[in-house]
Design a protein around this ligand. Structure first.
Ligand SMILES: *Cc1c(COP(=O)(O)O)cnc(C)c1O
Length: 457
């Protein structure tokens, strides 16, 4: 399989190069030259076997089959449930796909447990190493650290805003006992952390000397790993037309559903749930994407200004014209506004996508209603998904909401909703007693660069 950039000005690459590159040199995102069809006979024995069958066409010859099978097996053995992403019934046509059974209790584990192992393997073959640097406001940092903790060819430094993450989120980063993993508290905001990461990448000599790399949500391999559970859920429901509701931030999760549909999974519609940061929901209502300031909500992993993975869908909507896609995105960056033609909207969006937004009060109400009606304790992100699912349910079509985090990851919001503090699962029960290893650094590029140099192996 070969990959092209959504901005049309980067050379075609194979899977392994796309994995390590993340962003294309022209600033675009990599997509396969064509969407493969799912094999006619998909394995039904386990999530792992299905995962190999769904992803193999994307890997091509870059990783030998037996190696890929082993990496997939190792990645998903870290999940608490044998089914990896178990599907639970809430009511007649209403289902919950639990994506939070991984080590850090959020759906990002599904991708990052595999991507860390893919990185390590590819780097090992090439006799190379990388230093992954990233900024996090919570979920991504812990999932990235956990995904690479056992990798001998990868070091990782994650910056988080000092005193501004939840206890659980911070401790999931600072209690990892691995020589290659480093969580750093920056005396500043999440934006300061992001700016420091950008500045490190923009310092070309430093970037090259340290072999800096990233595993952010635009990395193709993350999207690829997420297509599997859409196929899995549809298979579990008897391969009949099935809809999905997806609490959405960067558009990575729901895009994977769209790709599974392109590959031939009988996916009926995809419902995008947003919190008050509703740029996507407004786009689906008005056909125009207009950036506004981010407001903090109870579902912080969806507090985004722009949904970076939307670029991949836009590229398809533009008939895979990279020049046009780049032009639109540059204009969006300078004016904060992007609109699409009516015929594009009618062809690509209207038949598949729906959207809905929920504020914090509605989010709390949904958590309470679901607990009362079903006994399921859901987190605030999942609640947004459930709310969106309810609005767009159709008679006779199963509706699957993707549950993107364990309730214990957001205990304050859940306690506000139902009066009970959700307990951490057994493997994290002593999280609050484990020794923390962290470093506090000023919001200063030189200090952070010195730290990165000092921990590189
Ligand atoms: C990252 C995240 C999301 C948003 O997923 P996208 O792929 O960015 O749309 C939703 N919920 C939780 C809990 C997350 O961690």
């Amino acid at each position: 399989m070969r990959y092209v950039s959504t901005r049309g000005r980067s050379p075609e690459l194979g899977f392994a190069d796309v994995l390590l590159a993340g962003l294309a040199p022209d600033g675009g995102l990599y997509v396969p030259t064509e969407w493969p069809r799912l094999p006619l006979h998909l394995p039904t024995s386990s999530y792992e076997e299905l995962a190999v069958a769904v992803m193999e066409p994307f890997i091509g010859d870059d990783i030998p089959s037996q190696v890929f099978e082993r990496l997939v097996g190792e990645a998903y053995s870290t999940f608490r449930h044998d089914a990896v992403t178990p599907l639970r019934q809430l009511s007649a046509d209403d289902w919950l796909l639990d994506l939070a059974q991984g080590p850090t209790l959020a759906f990002k584990d599904v991708a990052l447990q595999l991507v860390g192992r893919l990185f390590d393997y590819v780097l090992g073959v090439r006799n190379e190493r990388v230093m992954i640097v990233g900024a996090t406001s919570g979920d991504t940092g812990s999932a990235a650290i956990d995904g690479v903790r056992a990798c001998s060819n990868v070091d990782i430094v994650i910056l988080y805003p000092h005193g501004r993450t939840s206890d659980v989120q911070r401790r999931q980063m600072t209690t990892v006992d691995a020589p290659n993993a480093h969580a750093v508290a920056i005396e500043g905001t999440f934006d300061d952390c992001q700016d420091l990461v950008k500045a490190m990448f923009n310092d070309a000599p430093f970037r090259d000397r340290m072999r800096l790399s990233a595993v952010n949500s635009i990395n193709w391999a993350r999207v690829m790993a997420q297509t599997v559970y859409y196929v899995y859920a549809t298979q579990q429901l008897g391969w009949r037309p099935t809809s999905f509701s997806v609490p959405t931030g960067n558009f990575g999760n729901v895009l994977a559903g769209w790709i599974a549909r392109e590959m031939g999974a009988p996916i009926h519609s995809l419902v995008v749930g947003s919190n008050e940061n509703d740029i996507l929901t407004r786009f689906f209502e008005t056909r125009a994407m207009v950036a506004t300031d981010v407001v903090p909500t109870l579902s912080p992993s969806m507090d985004i200004q722009v949904s970076s993975n939307f670029e991949r869908l836009l590229f398809e909507m533009n008939g895979r014209d990279g020049g046009l896609t780049e032009e639109q995105l540059l204009r969006f960056r300078s004016t904060g506004r992007l609109s699409v033609e009516d015929d594009q909207f009618e062809q690509w969006i209207a038949p598949v996508f729906h959207a809905a937004r929920f504020d914090d009060a509605a989010t709390l109400r949904i958590i309470r209603e679901v607990a009362d009606a079903t006994g399921e304790i859901i987190d605030p992100h999942t609640a947004v998904g459930i709310g969106a699912a309810r609005l767009h349910r159709e008679q006779g079509v199963p509706m699957v909401t993707t549950s993107t985090a364990h309730a214990a990851k957001f205990p304050d919001a859940v306690e506000r909703a139902i009066g009970v503090r959700p307990a951490l699962p057994a493997h994290l029960a002593d999280l609050l007693e484990r020794p923390e290893r962290t470093r506090v650094l000023p919001n200063d590029l030189r200090s952070v660069q010195q730290f990165v140099e000092s921990v590189a192996r």
